[in-house]
Design a protein around this ligand. Structure first.
Ligand code: SF4
Length: 273
């Protein structure tokens, strides 16, 4: 009887990394999945059931974001905490680009709460009429400027509790101001970050507050200062709502979304080399 071999079977050869990367670079690794599968994956991700990342995966993702963009910047034009606050209030349900078209003229006339009060609601309305919901926003900007003068000595407060008392400013606005103007490690969850948190499995949550709290819990402290911007930029330009650019994504291998269309990354882009 032939003696049974005791040698362990060697694992099958992995496809060459270089080959896989070349394919991904050309978009060949990104075979588009059927629309029905994409929709199913979206629905699953948005109900917070995406598989969660490990601590090591989260650390690696932010290491790559940092390697790619060490000092990410917000895109709203501003010159001080007050103009940042106004710009963020104006950006509700509007694009940053749209807000940036209107604010230079507004801030040239009023870059402090006192000057904004003097400008008055009617003039503010005229200056921001290209922005959606401009009537309500003009009213809020005039009222918040007055409140800053009357109750905060003309200064933008540095706590969330105080910021959310200002007309037009909610929790997200407060978090953006605290992060960008005062360097606090807050996480302002907008539509992009909410999508990424659920879609990728990084921080699944039923609503924006749940995603915010989860992100604060899982992101290593050393990355919190810039995490908000990295995620917004990722959601705005790569992990977009419809047809995300998975073939250009530096966290494609970590992402748990069943609908993703690529799972390898280009090392140079991801700062892996
Ligand atoms: S692979 Fe990247 S772009 Fe695609 S869904 Fe995941 S995070 Fe978004």
């Amino acid at each position: 009887m032939a003696k049974k071999s005791t040698r362990k079977k060697l694992p099958s050869k992995k496809p060459s990394v270089t080959k896989a990367l070349a394919k991904a670079a050309k978009g060949k690794a990104a075979k588009t999945k059927p629309v029905a599968k994409q929709k199913k994956a979206d629905a699953e991700a948005f109900d917070g059931s995406a598989k969660r990342w490990t601590a090591a995966q989260i650390d690696e993702a932010f290491r790559r974001f940092q390697a790619q963009e060490p000092e990410p910047k917000g895109e709203l034009k501003h010159s001080n905490p007050f103009t940042l606050l106004v710009a963020v209030v104006l950006s509700a349900q509007a694009t940053d680009a749209g807000v940036n078209k209107a604010t230079p003229a507004l801030f040239a006339l009023a870059d402090t709460p006192e000057k904004m009060v003097a400008l008055g609601e009617d003039r503010i309305r005229d200056l921001i009429k290209t922005i959606g919901l401009f009537r309500m926003k003009a009213k809020n900007v005039a009222l918040l400027a007055k409140k800053l003068v009357d109750e905060f000595g003309g200064e933008v407060p540095k706590t969330r509790e105080e910021l959310v008392t200002l007309p037009g400013a909610g929790r997200k606005t407060a978090n953006v101001v605290l992060n960008m103007a005062f360097g606090q490690p807050t996480m302002a969850v907008d539509t992009h970050i909410f999508r990424i948190g659920n879609r990728t499995g990084l921080a699944p949550g039923k609503d924006v507050l749940a995603v915010e709290l989860e992100l604060e819990k899982v992101i290593p402290a050393k990355y919190m200062q810039h995490a908000h911007h990295w995620l917004i930029l990722h959601g705005r330009y790569i992990c977009i709502a419809r047809k995300p650019h998975c073939d250009r994504c530096i966290i494609a291998d970590l992402c748990q979304w069943p609908g993703k269309t690529a799972s390898s990354v280009i090392p140079a882009k991801a700062g892996i080399q």
